[in-house]
Design a protein around this ligand. Structure first.
Ligand code: 13P
Length: 251
């Protein structure tokens, strides 16, 4: 990891969790209270239905919350969508944008992701902008160029507030139990860092780059040790307090 950047461990609950799941966060909060102050920022991105409740009781435990997506517009006739301002109003400080599941299931383009990131920043949220190659891209040797093109199209030129977070999530590693080798993660994160520095200078050098895709207690320490890995975006393993706490403790 890069010493001067505070790491961030974010849990993405995806479409999982009803009121019952809040008990896991209480459990996590209790475990955090037992140890010393965590050496990272802890974010949980629950389903929107739990955001407000979770934000209220997680804050005293030092856990902040985020949305999983937002609409590019401030408000309007967009049935079923949620705006960045609504997420902020419900207590969120972050929001994921451009997750590969949204890019695939909802055909989201880099341009739409860029507009969502802008909307997030306009609402004082920090967008966690996701990028990552498919298995076919990697097999064809174009993983880095695909990610570079996603970064070019998805990151706005103008940043507001506290800037952005990038999450590198190889699509083939999400929910599969498979992860790239440490060398492959390092190569991609270094490439992302070079890109950010070339485009944004010091702000690019200070931007957190998270790794996501089958991060779990058994591999977190190894992954979090890699240069330019400034935290993780955790799916399945963020649903259980024990596993998520173990990953936080691995920082
Ligand atoms: P898993 O940790 O379940 O592989 O999911 C990763 C992810 O998509 C987080 O956004």
């Amino acid at each position: 990891m890069t010493a001067e950047i505070t790491p961030l461990i974010a849990g993405n609950w995806k479409m999982n969790g009803t009121s019952v799941a809040l008990a896991e966060v209480r459990n996590l909060a209790a475990r955090l209270a037992e140890g010393g102050p965590p050496r990272c920022t802890i974010v949980i991105c629950p389903p929107a239905t739990l955001l407000e409740r979770l934000s209220e009781f997680a804050a005293p435990a030092g856990i902040v919350t985020g949305g999983q997506d937002c609409h590019p517009a401030l408000s309007g006739a967009h049935t079923g969508d949620i705006s960045a301002q609504m997420l902020a109003d419900a207590g969120a400080q972050y929001t994921i944008v451009g997750h590969s599941e949204r890019r695939t299931n909802h055909r989201e383009t880099d341009e739409l992701v860029r507009l969502k990131a802008l909307a997030a920043m306009a609402a004082n949220l920090i967008p966690i902008i996701c990028v990552g190659e498919t298995e076919a891209d990697r097999d064809a040797g174009r993983a880095e160029s695909v990610v570079a093109s996603q970064l070019a199209g998805s990151i706005p030129d103008e940043w507001a507030g506290q800037g952005i977070v990038i999450a590198y999530e190889p699509v083939w590693a999400i929910g599969t139990g498979r992860t790239p080798t440490a060398a492959d993660i390092e190569q991609m994160h270094n490439a992302i860092r070079r890109d950010l520095v070339t485009r944004f200078g010091d702000r690019g050098a200070a931007t957190r780059i998270l790794y996501g895709g089958s991060m779990k207690p058994s591999n977190a320490a190894e992954i979090l040790r890699i240069e330019n890995v400034n935290g993780g975006l955790v799916g399945g393993a963020s649903l259980l307090a024990n596993d998520f706490h173990a990953i936080i403790s691995a920082v």
